[in-house]
Design a protein. Structure first.
Length: 139
């Protein structure tokens, strides 16, 4: 497991939409091993964590929408040997761009909630996704 000394702080967003009564999640592939992840990245100095996460959704997935700035959870992963903590926010997608900044090296796919939960690897992210119906009722 991680030693929590030199943690890199990141922010990420769960891009979602409703298809009738069903929640769908927009997942993207990672750059290196093409596994399914949510858009995430470094917290930019001129933005707060939620705004930075929304910018990642635009850059990495071509997703634009209504940002909920309420922190919905955190999860950990390892990048190049360093532990990273990701603060997770929600983005209700209102527009998906045909062409976006990282389109040449990322795939994106809308998935039903159960498929998205099964597709991501991080246990804490799975838990946040499992709680999503409740979180959306609260917001």
């Amino acid at each position: 497991m991680f030693q929590f000394t030199d943690i890199l702080y990141r922010s990420g967003v769960i891009p979602y939409r409703f298809n009738e009564e069903t929640i769908e999640i927009l997942l993207i592939t990672s750059r290196t091993n093409q596994r399914w992840i949510i858009p995430k990245g470094e917290i930019e100095p001129e933005l707060d964590a939620a705004e930075s996460a929304a910018k990642e959704a635009w850059e990495e997935a071509g997703a634009i929408g209504e940002l909920d700035k309420t922190l919905r959870g955190t999860y950990y992963y390892e990048k190049k040997g360093y532990p990273c903590q990701v603060q997770v926010f929600l983005l209700r997608v209102t527009e998906v761009l045909e062409d976006w900044l990282e389109a040449s090296f990322r795939k994106r796919q809308w998935m039903g909630l159960e498929e998205a939960i099964a597709s991501v690897q991080e246990p804490e992210l799975k838990e946040i996704l499992q709680d999503l119906p409740t979180l959306l009722k609260e917001s």
